[in-house]
Ligand binder design. Structure first.
Ligand SMILES: Cc1ncc(COP(=O)(O)O)c(C=O)c1O
Length: 489
């Protein structure tokens, strides 16, 4: 076909269509492709790649399904709900259903411990947080202007904020030495670098709780951030899509709570991006939200939202579900508990073979420290290790470089998108890999102490027993089976 000719394509199509601004050729997406071409299945493809690169929350679908069964009138496609079909099917106002906006505003407050209120009239919908980020960027910045983003950050931002808007993202370099804290010094340094390069900075984008770190920003950091953006008179976008995934202390503090305090803040500069993709586990529903404290931004983004409205059928269902206080309260509590439990099983499993993660209490992933497994402390060595993990250990984890991490050797590993059995297999593979490669494992004493401190669930005990047995055999004797063979056990 003629279109195969790249030059011809360049001539026929737009720069956006022929450029690679989407960022699809990064290792982050390559890992997904490796999984797609050989997906793990417990019985049908036990040698396949396990998807640990997808931040999905699949631990509470039973609760959602039960609610749907008990509330058939919430769907317009059931005998109980079909009477609403006509009204909902023809509805196409870009303000969205009033009850949908009210229910989402209430849910956002619940996800923040009801310490703060949200106005339904400030809720603007979009196609997931992905659409919300692009929409708010279109409202706040022109091509060539920039947003500062603390590293490491979610790779999708390079697509969502930059690709079609022509806006730039500039890293605020955060480091492991202080647990990747967003310091005033790092913010000033990034701002100064932009000025030296004659780039206009229009705002700062933070993710709280953080993807990929799984940590929450403390009050002091948030106050510093608010005073920084006020001093520079630039916008603050706070991506809070993991707000209700916090499973242990410290509590999540939303930017909305900080600006309610007595500190001086120009509220016109504050915008929250939210979605139901993570907290409820509905990425397929594409329910994204821009919540801006700036009236002009609310009006403009509402008009723009025509390009990515949430289907009225979805709005109708969500409105009904999120108005059920008893269900929502129970869901938030149960989801946090299950996430905390899964996080505990996974991090303890890693710790029993000497792998540490950044201390975290939120999100659907851990930030795994494999620096001591690198042949040398370079990003080339990180990629080499990543290829081994994908091709031989057959786990799709994401290398830190794809999150713009400033130090090689960190990997994001998702733990909530699979069942307990798959998690067991993943841990067993990691364990075999570590021991096979005779990398430094903890002493027998350390192993014992770590495991002794644990209260284990029955499924985690299965894995930990296996790990302990191997740990206690000898850290120097290579495991005689390949990770693939072990995966069948
Ligand atoms: C921090 C962050 N923002 C935005 C998104 C996109 O979310 P959505 O599925 O709602 O578009 C993700 C998805 O992983 C994310 O981690």
């Amino acid at each position: 076909m003629g279109l195969k000719n790249t030059n011809q394509q360049k001539y026929l199509l737009s720069k956006i269509a022929t450029g690679n601004g989407h960022g699809e050729d990064s290792p982050y997406f390559d890992g997904w492709k490796a999984f797609d071409s050989n997906p793990f299945h417990f019985n049908e493809n036990p040698h396949g790649v396990i998807q640990m690169g997808l931040a999905e929350n699949q631990l509470c679908f039973d609760l959602i399904q039960k609610w749907i069964m008990n509330n058939p009138e919430a769907s317009i496609c059931t005998p109980e709900g079909v009477n609403d079909f006509r009204d909902i099917a023809i509805f196409q106002d870009y303000h969205g259903l009033r009850e949908f906006r009210e229910a989402v505003a209430k849910f956002m407050a619940k996800g923040r411990g009801d310490r703060v209120r949200f106005e339904a009239d400030r809720i603007v919908m979009s196609g997931g947080a992905t659409g919300a980020h692009e929409m708010i960027t279109f409202c706040l910045a022109d091509p060539g202007e920039a947003f500062l983003v603390p590293t490491p950050y979610y790779p999708g931002f390079d697509r969502d904020l930059r690709w079609r808007t022509g806006v730039q993202l500039l890293p605020v370099v955060c480091e492991s030495s202080n647990n990747f804290k967003v310091t005033r010094q790092a913010l000033e340094a990034a701002y100064e670098r932009a000025r030296e390069n004659n780039i206009t900075v229009k705002g700062l984008l933070i993710t709280n709780p953080s993807n990929p770190l799984g940590t929450v920003l403390d009050k002091e950091t948030l106050r510093n951030i608010v005073s920084f953006i006020n001093e520079k008179n630039i916008h603050l976008i706070s991506d809070e899509i993991y707000a209700a995934t916090v499973f242990s202390q410290p509590d999540f503090i939303s930017i909305s709570e900080i600006i309610e305090e007595e500190i001086t803040c120009n509220r016109d500069l504050i915008h929250i991006v939210y979605s139901l993709s993570k907290d409820l586990g509905f990425p397929g529903f594409r329910v994204g939200i821009v919540y801006s404290y700036n009236d002009a931004v609310v009006h403009c983004s509402r008009k723009m939202s025509s390009f990515g409205l949430v289907s009225s059928q979805t709005q109708h269902l969500i409105a009904s579900m999120l108005s059920d206080d008893v269900f929502v309260d129970r869901f938030i509590a149960e989801s946090a508990e299950r996430l905390g439990k899964r996080h505990g099983v996974f991090t303890r499993g890693l710790a029993s073979v000497g792998i540490d993660c950044l201390n975290s209490n939120a999100g659907l992933f851990v930030w795994m420290d494999l620096r001591r497994l690198l042949e040398e402390q370079t990003f080339e060595a990180e990629m080499k290790l990543w290829r081994v993990i994908i091709n031989e250990v057959k786990l799709n984890v994401s290398p830190g470089s794809s999150f713009h991490c400033s130090e090689p050797g960190w990997f994001r590993v998702c733990f909530a998108n699979m069942d307990d059995n798959t998690m067991d297999v993943a841990l067993t593979r990691i364990h075999s890999f570590v021991l096979q490669n005779k990398v430094r494992v903890p002493s027998k004493r350390q192993c014992w102490e770590r495991s002794n401190n644990l209260r284990l669930s029955s499924s985690s005990r299965r894995v930990d027993d296996k790990l302990m047995a191997q740990c206690l055999s000898s850290p120097h004797s290579p495991i005689p089976q390949s990770p693939l063979v072990r995966a069948r056990t």
